[in-house]
Ligand binder design. Structure first.
Ligand SMILES: [Zn+2]
Length: 604
């Protein structure tokens, strides 16, 4: 307990309150339980200046966290109501912005109140949008955040469709409904996915990507109302009753649920009602805030006549909206918007290609075509992006499943194919449509880029020529044995002077430094026909990050998106000349034509 270990500080805290002329009492019950809670009276006699007289006397409750003085005490003002900087439910004051960096651990409570209390009481009364917007220290205070709810049971919803419906003057209006999906074997309370939203006439307002719908097979319907003001009671049961009355008074349609939805242990969801209302989202600016009132029946165990019986208890809880839509997804990565209309074909799905595929999906690439022939070895999960749940699956299928379930706005196509393998064996007749030309035509149709992570020189050579032939971008990544280093390189059609072969000659000549190689790093696992190498995922991830960054900049910079990098080739060293580990060191190079390259010098 901080006040025991640091009793001198506790003394100083009390002295600091005496020094500013406020009276206080220590809650001895709380103190016996290990916490410091103070009741403080600020009167006109105190030396805190500039508190508007109408607030005085002011009763405050001050609660110290167990982690004091690393973190600030909470200051509650239960008897007043400020429109801003004051939690309308818990009644704590926002004396400082939320980030912990604003609190200086040496500040005593007396200094804290002297410096901040008058300021926040005055600022908390300001609601004029132009004053709020002009103040850099202000931040938006969405009121829905203050409603009590179960943190891990929100409603995941794209609210754009409902939010764009025209506003009315009514106190309450019926907006429409949504198809509410639950994961299999859902408990109460559960996450709920608003799979598709409909207006009042059953016209679709939009739906979440179809490829995740199967993951939420248990379905019911939620109804949506728009309110002129937030629900007043901040209690789901009371606000439900209030809403019913409001609906009745305003003669708005009320859609009764047809039946309850059974979850595990006999619990049921009886009703789902979404309410949206104006709330501040940035200082002085308002948009639609959302809450959901969930009606449920929960079975509680009780002892009756020495027997344990399950007793149904009906109730309501508040669920918050967890918004998912394209604008929400793009908000943090606006410079990558051009990826939303790009198709990338990734060849090779080992530790580099597999992780790159997930990165490209995460960052919003529209279409990924994943090409590999291998399965996930149980022993390789130490550096493959997915763990043991994927072992034994084709790498293509494991990644396609993961991406479509987790990044559903990306369309992903798994394609089993080995670059360079002969189409037929020694005797059989070639089946139609399996030629390498036909495959490459299909897989690169409409593609913007080949992302080569085959780590096979022959395959890289072939793929670089395929990209050149088709006028599409080429990015290639590889690691050296032991992952002492690696490289990421690109060729932009009609812009990069050299080609992949020029890069090989430049490495051979030393015009571009070769990444360091650990000659002792090759290994062959038991029962595996291919040579592998020692090295970790966190070493390989340096190359993944650089490769994906190079791909993003190559695809986005021509459309004023993610900036160009300072070269076409990055060479990575993770060791110094003696093989000692160092922090990653990249050198950047331009890819020029090499005089010995037969492609770029046809006369050779
Ligand atoms: Zn060349």
């Amino acid at each position: 307990m901080w006040y025991v270990i640091n009793s001198e500080r506790w003394e100083r805290e009390q002295e600091s309150l005496n020094a500013i002329g406020v009276t206080f009492t220590v809650d001895e019950g709380a103190k016996a339980a290990g916490y410091i809670r103070l009741q403080v009276s600020v009167t006109p006699d105190s030396s805190i200046l500039e508190i508007p007289g109408r607030f005085l006397p002011l009763e405050l409750t001050i609660v110290y966290p167990g982690t004091f003085p690393f973190f600030r005490p909470d200051v509650y003002a239960p008897d007043i109501s400020l429109p801003r900087h004051h939690n309308p439910v818990e009644k704590n004051l926002c004396l400082l912005p939320r980030q912990t960096s604003h609190w200086l651990p040496e500040t005593t409570i007396g200094e804290y109140l002297t410096e901040q209390l008058a300021k926040v009481l005055r600022a908390g009364e300001i609601v004029a949008a132009e004053i709020l917007q002009a103040n850099d220290e202000e931040q938006g205070e969405p009121v829905s955040e203050y409603y009590p709810s179960t943190a891990n049971a929100p409603v995941l919803i794209d609210t754009d469709g409902f939010d764009s419906l025209p506003a009315s003057e009514k106190e309450v209006d019926y907006l429409g409904s949504f198809s509410a999906g639950f994961p299999p074997q859902a408990n109460l309370p559960s996450r709920i996915w608003a799979l598709e939203c409909f207006d009042a006439n059953q016209n679709s307002l939009g739906k979440l990507p179809q490829n995740i719908h199967h993951a939420f097979p248990t379905r019911t319907t939620g109804e949506v109302y728009r309110l002129a003001e937030r629900p007043p009671n901040v209690d789901a049961a009371k606000d439900y009753a209030w809403l019913l009355e409001l609906i009745k008074q305003n003669k708005v349609p009320f859609i009764k649920p047809k039946s309850s939805l059974a979850l595990k242990k006999g619990d049921t969801i009886n009703q789902i009602i979404g309410v949206s209302f104006p709330e501040e989202h940035s200082p002085g600016k308002y948009s639609w805030g959302w809450l959901f009132i969930i009606g449920f029946t929960h079975h509680q165990s009780k002892t009756v006549n020495k027997k344990i019986v399950l007793v149904p208890v009906k109730g309501f809880y508040y669920a918050k909206a967890n918004r998912i839509n394209m604008s929400e997804l793009g908000f943090r990565i606006q410079s990558l918007k051009p990826l939303r209309n790009k198709t990338v074909a990734i060849f090779g799905l080992g530790a580099l290609g597999g992780s790159s595929a997930i990165e490209l999906a995460k960052n919003g690439t529209s279409v990924l075509r994943l090409i590999d022939f291998d399965t996930v070895g149980g022993g390789t999960i130490v550096r493959w992006p997915l763990g043991v749940s994927a072992a034994g699956m084709y790498k293509t299928d494991a990644l396609a499943k993961f991406i479509s379930e987790n990044y559903p706005y990306t369309q992903v196509y798994p394609l089993l194919y080995r670059v360079g393998a002969s189409e037929v064996g020694p005797s059989a007749t070639p089946p139609a449509g399996v030629s390498s030309e036909a495959f490459m035509d299909a897989v690169l149709d409409g593609a913007s880029m080949i992302y080569d992570a085959t780590a096979e020189t022959g395959a890289s050579h072939f793929l670089s020529e395929e990209a050149k032939k088709r006028g599409i971008h080429f990015v290639s990544v590889y690691a050296t044995p032991g992952v002492w280093g690696g490289a990421a390189m690109r060729v932009v059609p009609a812009s990069t002077k050299g080609c992949w072969m020029c890069f090989q000659y430049a490495l051979k000549d030393g015009l571009i430094p070769s990444p360091p190689v650990n000659r002792d790093a090759n290994i062959q696992a038991v029962g595996c026909g291919d040579i592998s190498f020692v090295g970790t995922s966190f070493e390989l991830d340096n190359i993944v990050s650089a490769g994906v960054r190079l791909a993003a900049s190559t695809l986005c910079s021509p459309e004023d998106g993610y900036q160009e990098l300072n070269g076409d080739i990055g060479i990575l060293s993770l060791v110094d000349e003696l093989g000692n580990h160092i922090f990653p060191k990249w050198s950047a190079h331009h890819l020029d034509t090499h005089p010995a390259c037969p492609y770029c010098n046809p006369q050779i």
